[in-house]
Design a protein around this ligand. Structure first.
Ligand code: ADP
Ligand code: MG
Length: 380
């Protein structure tokens, strides 16, 4: 059954008529630009054709009544701070309500049923899809669409921070809210300016291969990476690595530890790779995009050292099979590779990558094909 129909049936069964209105928002990928956000560089995400969809009807009370089809649970809560629900999934919706209210917006009670097909916890940001779906919808239903889109993204981000215990950046919610079919969005993490670039390949597809491993590492590797970057920026007398050229870095190489040097080199090269990819997309040069993806993988693996055996295996397999581009997507140490694959090679690559991975590591990776699609929206 189609998602919308499934939701409608569950909605009328639970809440009767009249019917509500439908809204959706999307998960996201990041084509390139990894570990750049905290260095004031660029990220380059886009919304995908995997969404959270909700039917919502204001109910004239101060209570929210919500049913999650996928989790098969019902939850009811009020809109005051002390009304926070227990269930983790419901806190995303409660948080969005609260963050709108904290900003002076209006939220009244409503009945809602929602479902989705963004895989949970796979690095495609199902949580941002959920937040953005409700932030967008509650803006339309209770605030006449007056809250601007950036604020909607920040409402989602603050929800993660204040109600879900996740200290995330803005990229996921930004991509989910601003996503546009056939476009990726370059977000400048220094000043949050952004620009759309075309991404609508005729001869290529994007596919994620999820290793389904997550290596838990001792002594907080993320913080150590950040500290390296900050140390190098400080020694160059700049606020971040954003404005440092490779030549400037090389000029002070002897004063840096080998590790700090390689960390900074990766960050500087990655900043430039995002710009190279944007220029390539404007010419429709997907081969160049793919080369940059491999270069990012190499940098993340050898210089930034946030890869792992399984992800290197997947990227190496892609290269060996002639895939256009492949790299780790996300922070590293597990999760997915994102692959840019020629249409003709797609079936062979997916079959081979899954089989070879399974043979080596004993379990099958998951495969998610993605198409760059619209973000938060009303569904007619
Ligand atoms: P991700 O990387 O997918 O964002 P998170 O752990 O940040 O992973 O968010 C996943 C959480 O979001 C789930 O545990 C659940 O609480 C909520 N969520 C996501 N998708 C759904 C869904 N379809 N139905 C209910 N809750 C969902
Ligand atoms: Mg998340």
């Amino acid at each position: 059954m189609e998602m919308k129909e499934l939701i409608r049936n569950a909605f009328t069964e639970r809440f009767g008529t009249p019917e509500g209105e439908f809204f959706a928002s999307a998960g996201r990928i990041n084509l390139i630009g990894e570990h750049t956000d905290y260095n004031e560089g660029f990220v380059f995400p886009g919304a995908i054709d995997k969404v959270i969809m909700a039917e919502i009807r204001p109910n004239g009370t101060d209570r929210v009544r919500v049913f999650s089809i996928d989790i098969d649970e019902y939850c009811e809560f009020g809109l005051r701070e002390e009304d926070a629900p227990e269930q983790g999934w419901a806190r995303y919706i409660f948080g969005v309500c609260r963050e709108i209210i904290k900003r002076g917006g209006k939220v009244g009670g409503f009945d809602t049923v929602f479902a989705g097909n963004v895989p949970l916890g796979a690095g495609l940001s199902s949580s941002a899809a959920l937040e953005s779906c409700f932030a967008f919808a509650l803006n339309e239903l209770f605030n006449e669409g007056k809250i601007d889109k950036f604020e909607l993204a920040k409402i989602g981000q603050s929800t993660e921070h204040n109600y879900c215990g996740v200290n995330c950046g803005i990229m996921d919610q930004f991509a989910s809210v601003f996503g546009k079919k056939g476009s990726l969005i370059r977000l400048d993490c220094r000043d949050l300016s952004y620009e759309y670039f075309p991404f609508a390949p005729e001869h290529h597809r994007l596919v994620l291969i999820d290793s389904r491993v997550k290596h838990e590492l001792k002594d907080s590797p993320y913080n150590k990476r950040r500290e390296s970057c900050e140390r190098v920026a400080k020694s160059l007398g700049v606020p971040s690595l954003r404005d440092v050229s490779l030549a400037e870095l090389n000029a002070v190489k002897v004063t840096l530890s080998d590790e700090d040097y390689r960390r900074a080199k990766y960050v500087i090269e990655e900043r430039d790779r995002v710009l190279t990819v944007c220029a390539a997309l404007e010419r429709g040069d997907y081969d160049e995009v793919g080369k940059m993806m491999y270069a990012t993988h190499e940098g993340l693996s050898k210089d930034y050292e946030v890869s792992c055996e399984e992800l290197d295996f997947l990227a190496d397999t892609a290269k060996e099979l002639g895939v256009t581009g492949s790299r780790i997507m996300g922070g590293g140490f597990g999760g997915c590779t994102i692959n840019l694959v020629e249409n003709d090679l797609y079936d062979k690559f997916v079959t081979e990558a899954v089989a070879r991975f399974k043979q080596k590591y004993g379990h099958e990776p998951k495969v998610y094909d993605v198409i760059i699609s619209d973000g938060a929206r009303r569904v007619e």
